[in-house]
Write a new protein. Structure first.
Length: 72
């Protein structure tokens, strides 16, 4: 299951970040790493962007980036 599939007002734990190079680095620079809890605050009607809270910071993720983040 990926972060893109999660509904609003749900907390999940990151299992793995897929992707490589600058895309993976950008996601990790946001503080999204393996084992961290992510709270999905809001999902736009068409699914882009996805607003999340990670380590106390509010972030906005593109749907393409959210597909690379596996959660449980």
């Amino acid at each position: 299951m990926t972060l893109k599939d999660i509904k609003s007002n749900t907390t999940v734990k990151v299992v793995k970040i897929n992707g490589e190079g600058p895309v993976k680095r950008r996601i990790m620079d946001m503080g999204i790493t393996k084992g961290v809890d992510v709270f999905v605050r809001k999902v736009a009607p068409l699914g882009d962007p996805i607003e999340v809270t990670v380590r106390g910071y509010e972030l906005s993720l593109r749907k393409a980036d959210a597909e690379m983040i596996e959660v449980q």
